[in-house]
Every structure is written in structure tokens, then in C-alpha cells.
Design a protein around this ligand. Sequence first.
Ligand code: IMP
Length: 182
Amino acid sequence: MSNIVQLHDKRFKPLIPSTEIHAAVKRLGEKINADYNDKNIVFVIVLKGSMMFAADLIREIAVPCRLEFLKAESYGSGTHSSGAVKINALTSMNLSGKDVIILEDIVDTGLTLKKILEHLAELAPASVTIATLLLKPDVCKGTVKTEYVGFEISPLFVVGYGLDYDEIGRNLPDIYVLTEEE
Ligand code: IMP
């Protein structure tokens, strides 16, 4: 894992190495397999940030599953949530009577997931649970119930493994955090 990375005007330092990420993803996959062993799953993958998490997690899934995609945007180009969330379904989203697991990269305020849950509720799924790689529990303060969580982290801005700062940094295999001098 390389040390400091510079993205645009900001510097980031290592937080979670890819080996730990993969171990956490494997653990989540095993738990989902056990919880859904007699079911079919529809994964709703929230782009763009969760694409790496989703790609790795679904390879751990041993029960039949379908994939649907939606896009949620809240951060714009900054490092704090803008508060306004735009949601666009990118695929058919035929979720009626289905067991849905939403795949998110990170839950910060929980606002994005609240909007997604409202959106999905209109599509009459049988059940909806949430899997997120990262959770900032101090910020989210239980606004949404996250059943599957990879890591709980402090309320700092992170990049890598799908997460971006103003659209760059998604390709980093490890997760990095904004340096303290920022
Ligand atoms: P929320 O609506 O505040 O929970 O924010 C959720 C979305 O904001 C996530 O899906 C990310 O796209 C983005 N986000 C939140 N925290 C971070 C971060 O630390 N780094 C990069 N993106 C973040």
C-alpha cells in the first residue's frame, strides 16, 4: 500500500489495506449466503461508488441473484454531503415481491439511503436490507438500519476502492483518508 496520494488539491493517507477490505467482503458474503440460503436475491447496486464493492461481493454469493443498478449523487465536487440527493434507476427495477439487498459504498448522513429506500418502497419488494462497505456511525446516528457493514469509520473523508474525490481516486485498491492537516 503506497503512502500519501495526492488527488486534485488534497492529500490522503492509508486507512484500510486491500487485504482487510477483501477479508471483510468475504465475511459479508458468507453472512448473506447464510441469511438468504433459501431465497433469490436482487442486488440493487448504487453507482458509481459501490461498483468495486459490488463486483467483489457478488463473487462471494452462492445463492441465485440478479443485479439492478441505480445512480445516486449527493456530494458534487466537495468533501461534504450537499444534502440534495438525485436518484436515477438505470435498469428495469422489477422488484415486486423480491428480496432486495442494496449495495452501498459508504453511509455518511444516511440521506442517500433514505431516498433510495423511499424510491424502492414504491416498487413493492418483499424485503429490503442494506449492505454497506463503510459506515460513519457518528454522522448517520441510526437514520437507516444497515444489516451488513464492512467497517465502521470515523467521520472523515475517504477515497479509494470505488470512492472518489471529485471523480478521481476510485481506482485505488486500498482506502485512504484525508490527511489531518486539511
Ligand atoms: P450520505 O447521503 O450522506 O449517507 O452520503 C452517501 C454518499 O455520499 C455515498 O454513497 C458516497 O457516494 C458519498 N460519500 C459519503 N462519504 C464519503 C466519503 O468519505 N468519501 C467519498 N464519498 C463519500
